[in-house]
Design a protein around this ligand. Structure first.
Ligand SMILES: Nc1nc2c(ncn2[C@@H]2O[C@H](COP(=O)(O)OP(=O)(O)O)[C@@H](O)[C@H]2O)c(=O)[nH]1
Ligand SMILES: [Mg+2]
Length: 303
């Protein structure tokens, strides 16, 4: 099965809701007017595209209609698809690379969003190009988290830097980056906790990890990837805002796009924090990762 087919199959439920709603709003020969726009708005909201992005898209359709660039209801869907693709494309979707030395990737997100699994997939993806990867087990909150990352390191045949449960996560991150530098690694990928005693603790810890990592490599972390579970729908937007405020996210990894009806949330999250989606997860296996392709995603939402 091709990559695009996997994404397309994963988004079948989202498409049912979104494309189904759009088709009902945009039936052939229907006049393009405010009542059509209202139906369109409802379809986008039902597809979890989120209030802010929906309003922006409807405003774009309205402006194009008033300017007579859009005249027939059947032209609205291709127009929307193109606008969504543009929104997803801005900012670029490629992973940031360090100018020299290891590229440090800090991975954050709430508990259960798929951080550790996504790191396992990402490691294999990076190794495909022959890159040398070191993992840092900075989720020291639960013993199981370190064990889980250890399994992914073994599967990928890469080194892992870890300490006992309860160790200072920033110290583990520092050790991992230092080890990466010493071994001439291309990437150091740091796993973090998604839950602490309080949300404030969690955000402070992530900030501390960032600060301490800079002591080993001044321009690190080069990439702060936020892992977002697509099945969280509109809750994902609030999570993304909180993390972005605390750690300045540079890329989004959207997981569990397989089988959710809430795939539209990807557009909402991306739009809300203005950070590009860089990877998507389409299953629980090591190869269920895709470099995010805005046009393919938009196509999979509509056809
Ligand atoms: N279906 C599906 N499940 C995923 C995906 N990514 C992660 N998971 C599952 O989500 C659960 C939580 O993942 P985990 O990596 O432990 O999350 P963490 O707490 O953020 O580290 C596990 O059961 C994973 O197999 C994905 O893209 N699709
Ligand atoms: Mg984890």
């Amino acid at each position: 099965m091709g990559l695009f087919d996997k994404l397309k199959r994963g988004l079948a439920k989202t498409r049912e809701v979104l494309a189904g709603g759009l088709r009902r709003a945009l039936f052939l020969g229907r006049a393009l007017d405010e009542s059509l726009l209202a139906d369109l708005e409802r379809a986008l909201l039902a597809g979890d595209v989120g209030p802010r992005t929906t309003t922006a898209l409807i405003d774009e359709v309205r402006a194009a209609w008033k300017a007579k660039r859009l005249q027939r209801s059947e032209d609205v869907e291709p127009f929307l698809r193109e606008r969504i693709t543009e929104r997803l494309r801005s900012g670029g979707n490629a992973l940031v690379r360090a100018a020299s030395g290891p590229t440090v990737i800090l991975v954050c997100g709430v508990n259960g969003s798929g951080k550790t699994t996504s790191i396992g997939k990402l490691t294999k993806f990076l190794k495909r190009d022959g890159a040398r990867v070191v993992l840092g087990a900075a989720d020291t909150f639960r013993a199981a988290a370190v064990e889980q990352l250890t399994i992914w390191s073994e599967r990928n045949g890469v080194e892992i830097v870890k300490q006992a449960q309860g160790a200072d996560p920033a110290a583990v991150a520092f050790d991992a980056v230092t080890a990466g530098k010493a071994r001439g690694a291309d990437y150091v990928v740091i796993d973090t906790a998604g839950r602490l005693h309080t949300q404030t603790n969690l955000m402070q810890e992530l900030e501390k990890i960032r600060r301490v990592v800079k002591k080993a490599v001044p321009d690190a972390p080069h990439e702060t990837l936020l892992v977002i579970d697509a099945t969280n729908g509109q809750n994902a937007i609030r999570q993304a805002e909180q993390f972005h405020k605390a750690v300045t996210v540079t890329g989004i990894f959207v997981t569990k796009l397989d089988g959710t009806a809430k795939g539209g949330a990807l557009v909402a999250v991306r739009d809300t924090i203005g950070v590009p989606v860089k990877f998507v997860g389409t299953g629980e296996q090591i190869d269920d990762i895709e470099v995010f392709d805005p046009a393919a995603f938009a196509a999979a939402l509509f056809d």
